[in-house]
Design a protein around this ligand. Structure first.
Ligand SMILES: Cc1cc2nc3c(=O)[nH]c(=O)nc-3n(C[C@H](O)[C@H](O)[C@H](O)COP(=O)(O)OP(=O)(O)OC[C@H]3O[C@@H](n4cnc5c(N)ncnc54)[C@H](O)[C@@H]3O)c2cc1C
Length: 448
C-alpha cells in the first residue's frame, strides 16, 4: 500500500498551503495531495475578474501548477482523484482515481475538501445555461459560455458577495443584468447604511435589483430561460446562482469526526480535529470567532490560507504554530465602491446579548483641499459596557476598504474606544485629512 507521512485531501487554498508549509519545514517528509478536480492551487477569489477579462490570462490565477509542485517542491499531486472514505483507526484513505480505487495510508492527514455551491430547491435549476460559481471549472464554463454565445442578458440569483462581484463583471461585458434576491435586502451581511450605498451603486450601473423574490421555477423557453416568482416572469439568456455554499464533508458522515450542524469540521487553533493526527482547514472547517468565542462557519480565502498553513506546520511537527481565529473581516468591490465589514454589526451583537453603541460619519478620504478627495463612510460599533471596539463597516472610494483593517486590528487587540479615537494614524494631505474618517466616527462616540 502506498504511504505518505502527510496526506492532504483537497488541493486548493487550504490544502496546498498545508502541503507547502510542511515541505518548507522538512524536506524528508513524503507528502501526497489528492484532488478531485483537475486544477490545484488556483485563486478562486480572482474568478470574477477573469470572467470580465480584467485578468486576460486564465493561467495567472494558478499560483503554482501541478508539475512545479511535483518537480520543484517534491509534493506528489494526484488530480482527478477523489477520496471516498477514511478509516481513522487504520489510518488509511480510499481513493478513486479515474475509476480505479485503492487505499493509501498516512501518518498525518489534512482534510481540506472545501465547499460546494448550494443548489436551491427551485424547479428547473439544472436547466441548460444555469451556472454555479465555486471553482475554477465553474469560472471557465461561464467565461466560455459568454465568449461563445454573446448573451445580451443575465440574471444573478443571490445578492451576496459573489453576486455583487459578478454584477460588476457582467456589466463590464455590456450584459444587461438583473439581480434577484429572496431576502428583503441584498448584501445582508452589512448594515443598512452600507446596503443603501451598494444599492445606489448598482442602480447607477444599470443593475436591476429585485428583492423578496422567492423563485419557484426556471423554464427553458425558445433557447432562453424564464424565471418565475410571485406571478412575475423574467426572461434571460443565462443565470448564475450564488446562494451560499455547503462543506464537502458528506463522505465523512458517521465517521466519528466532530462537525457542526452544517457539516463543517470542528477544529481548534492548531487546526486539529477531535481525531488524533487528523487536521482540517478552510471551507470545510469551522473557525473560532474571537469576539463571541464560538466556532463559526465563515468560509473565506483569508481564513483557508491561514488555517491551512497552521495545519501543515502542525502536521510537520511545529506544535507552537497557532491561528487564534477571526473577527469576521470581509471586503467586496462593487464597481467603483469599496465595501468592508469587520467584527459584529449592531444586529449581530444584539443576537449575542451584547449592549452596543454605534456612530457613523461620512467623511473625506484626503485633506479637503486635495483635488482627488472622495467620500468615505465609516461606522464604528462598541460594547457599551467594556467600551471595546467590536465592529466596523466602511464604504466609499480612495482607501475605504483598507481602513477597515485598522478597525479589525483594534477589535483583535480589544482596544477601547477612547484609545481608538486618538490612535496615531499616519497623516499627509494626499492620504487622509488630519482627523481621519476612523477618528471622526470614534470621536462621535466618545463620552466626555
Ligand atoms: C467567485 C469567488 C470569489 C471569492 N472571493 C473571495 C474574496 O475576495 N476573499 C476571500 O477571502 N474569499 C473569497 N472567496 C472564497 C475563497 O475562494 C474560498 O474560501 C477558498 O477557495 C477556500 O479554499 P479551500 O481550499 O478551503 O476550499 P476549496 O477552494 O473549495 O477547495 C477544496 C478542494 O477540495 C477538493 N475536494 C473536495 N472533496 C474532495 C474529495 N473527497 N477528495 C479529493 N478532493 C476533494 C475540491 O475539488 C476542491 O478543489 C471567493 C470564492 C469564490 C468562488
Amino acid at each position: 500500500m502506498k504511504h505518505y507521512n502527510i496526506l492532504v485531501v483537497g488541493g486548493v487554498a487550504a490544502g496546498m498551503s498545508a502541503a507547502s508549509q510542511a515541505r518548507r519545514i522538512d524536506e524528508n517528509l513524503s507528502i501526497g495531495v489528492f484532488e478531485k478536480n483537475e486544477y490545484v492551487s488556483y485563486a478562486a477569489c480572482g474568478i470574477p475578474y477573469m470572467i470580465d477579462n480584467e485578468i486576460a490570462d486564465r493561467d495567472k490565477l494558478i499560483a503554482i501548477d501541478k508539475d512545479r509542485f511535483i518537480n520543484e517542491r517534491n509534493i506528489q499531486i494526484f488530480t482527478n482523484s477523489e477520496v471516498t472514505g477514511i478509516d481513522f483507526s487504520k489510518k488509511t484513505v480510499s481513493v478513486n482515481e479515474n475509476g480505479q480505487t485503492g487505499n493509501i495510508s498516512y501518518d498525518k492527514l489534512v482534510i481540506a475538501t472545501g465547499a460546494r455551491a448550494f443548489v436551491p430547491p427551485i424547479a428547473g435549476v439544472e436547466s441548460r445555461n444555469v451556472f454555479f460559481l465555486k471553482n475554477f471549472n465553474d469560472g471557465i464554463r461561464i467565461q466560455d459560455f459568454i465568449k461563445n454565445s454573446l448573451p445580451a442578458s443575465g440574471v444573478l440569483i443571490g445578492g451576496g458577495i459573489i453576486g455583487l462581484e459578478m454584477a460588476e463583471s457582467l456589466r463590464t461585458l455590456g450584459i444587461e443584468t438583473i439581480m434577484i434576491e429572496k431576502g428583503d435586502t441584498i448584501a445582508a451581511a452589512f448594515d443598512t447604511g452600507i446596503q443603501e450605498r451598494i444599492n445606489k451603486e448598482l442602480v447607477s450601473q444599470d443593475v436591476s435589483i429585485r428583492t423578496g423574490a422567492d423563485i419557484k421555477k426556471i423554464e427553458e423557453h425558445n433557447k432562453r430561460l424564464r424565471i418565475i416568482y410571485d406571478n412575475i416572469e423574467v426572461e434571460t439568456d443565462f443565470i448564475i446562482v450564488a446562494v451560499g455554499i455547503r462543506p464537502n464533508t458528506e463522505f465523512l458522515k458517521d465517521s466519528g469526526l466532530s462537525m457542526d450542524g452544517k457539516g463543517a469540521i470542528i477544529v481548534n487553533e492548531k487546526s486539529e480535529t477531535n481525531i488524533p493526527d487528523v487536521y482540517s482547514a478552510g471551507d470545510c472547517a469551522t473557525v473560532k470567532h474571537l469576539i463571541t468565542g464560538e466556532n463559526v462557519y465563515m468560509p473565506l480565502g483569508s481564513t483557508a490560507n491561514k488555517q491551512g498553513r497552521v495545519a501543515g506546520l502542525q502536521a510537520a511537527g511545529i506544535s507552537s504554530e497557532i491561528f487564534k481565529g477571526v473577527v469576521g473581516t470581509q471586503f467586496v468591490k462593487v464597481f467603483d465602491l469599496e465595501v468592508a465589514r469587520t467584527g459584529l454589526t449592531e444586529a449581530e451583537a444584539d443576537k449575542q446579548g451584547i449592549a452596543v453603541e454605534a456612530a457613523d460619519v461620512e467623511w473625506k478620504s484626503r485633506a479637503g483641499y486635495c483635488p482627488r478627495s472622495r467620500k468615505i463612510y465609516v461606522k464604528i460599533v462598541i460594547n457599551s459596557e467594556t467600551r471595546e471596539v467590536i465592529g466596523g463597516q466602511t464604504s466609499g472610494k480612495d482607501g475605504a476598504a483598507l481602513r477597515a483593517n485598522v478597525i479589525a486590528t483594534a477589535i483583535t487587540s480589544k482596544m477601547k474606544l477612547e484609545d481608538f479615537a486618538y490612535l496615531d494614524l499616519g497623516y499627509a494631505p494626499p492620504f487622509s485629512p488630519v482627523w481621519d474618517s476612523l477618528h471622526a466616527a470614534a470621536q462621535k462616540l466618545v463620552k466626555r
